[in-house]
Write a protein that binds this ligand. Structure first.
Ligand SMILES: [Ca+2]
Ligand SMILES: [Ca+2]
Length: 268
């Protein structure tokens, strides 16, 4: 027994040296941790910088699986040491670091989320180092109908996300109604007919879309005040603010009455 114990200790020592030489691959890249999980693909790290995970796209606020993706990311990396690895581009146009997030120096969180159906692959040149692995993870989740792929055959529940909700207009909201708006984005590869879709706040104020086509991959705004509808802006024509600055809830239904978005916020 004693000999076996010695062998075990030697093996453990060897393993330690082996692992340290392996992690030498990441030499020069310090570990960090997440201060805050902003959403399924964005975090804030120690020091306050924001990091956008490369190669993936998680559901946006209000969309199905938005909360699940955010919770899962929090579960995976919350309170743990992570290692951030860049590709070609250092920062995106919003000033966020573009990074691959490694857990235990070996597990790529970006891929894990895709494989669980909590994120889609989003390949943007030139940052495509793991493009193939991420695409494979997406096929895996897709073929099993995991997470967001539950809705893959129901684009009406899948395409529209809230990109930005500007509930607090500059100055007094009552005098600046069109600076209060919701910016939506159609994520899908095809245009989406939203005619007859409804948006409602927590008090039952309702907007019904007239004839409107959401262009593929494009954004458009629903502004509170009056104006002429176009492809980029539609107008609620409300005489008072809609989105409460202290907190509110946005829900959206398609023409068939299915709930597409459900998003609650509180002012920060
Ligand atoms: Ca407001
Ligand atoms: Ca204001």
């Amino acid at each position: 027994m004693r000999n076996e114990a010695v062998v075990f200790v030697l093996l453990a020592l060897f393993a330690t040296f082996y692992v340290s030489s392996f992690t030498g691959l990441f030499t020069g890249i310090p570990t960090t941790h997440a201060n805050r999980i902003i959403d399924g693909d964005t975090i804030e790290i120690a020091g306050g910088e924001k990091v956008r995970l490369i190669g993936i796209d998680t559901p946006e606020r209000g969309q199905h699986f938005y909360g699940e993706a955010k919770e899962r990311l929090s579960e995976l990396i919350g309170g743990r040491e992570i290692l951030l690895k860049p590709d070609v581009t250092d920062k995106d146009k919003y000033g966020r670091l573009l990074r691959y997030v490694f857990l235990n120096r070996t597990e790529l969180v970006n891929i894990m989320l895709v494989r669980e159906g909590l994120a889609r692959a989003l390949s943007i040149e030139p940052d495509t180092k793991y493009e193939k692995e991420i695409a494979e993870a997406e096929s895996y989740a897709r073929s099993r109908g995991l997470g967001i792929w539950t809705y893959a055959n129901d684009p009406e529940l899948f395409c529209i996300g809230i990109y930005y909700l500007r509930y607090n207009a500059i100055g007094d909201d009552r005098d600046n109604l069109n600076d209060e708006y919701v910016e939506f984005r159609n994520h899908c590869d095809h245009n989406l007919d939203m005619t007859g879709w409804r948006v409602e706040d927590s008090t039952g104020k309702e907007y019904v879309f007239g004839e409107f086509m959401a262009k593929s991959k494009e954004m458009f705004k629903l502004r509170t005040g009056a104006g002429d509808d176009g492809p980029e802006n539609v107008f609620w024509n409300s005489r008072v603010p809609v989105w409460n600055n202290a907190g509110d809830r946005l829900r959206m239904w398609n023409r068939a009455g299915q709930l597409v978005l459900d998003y609650e916020y509180q002012s920060q």
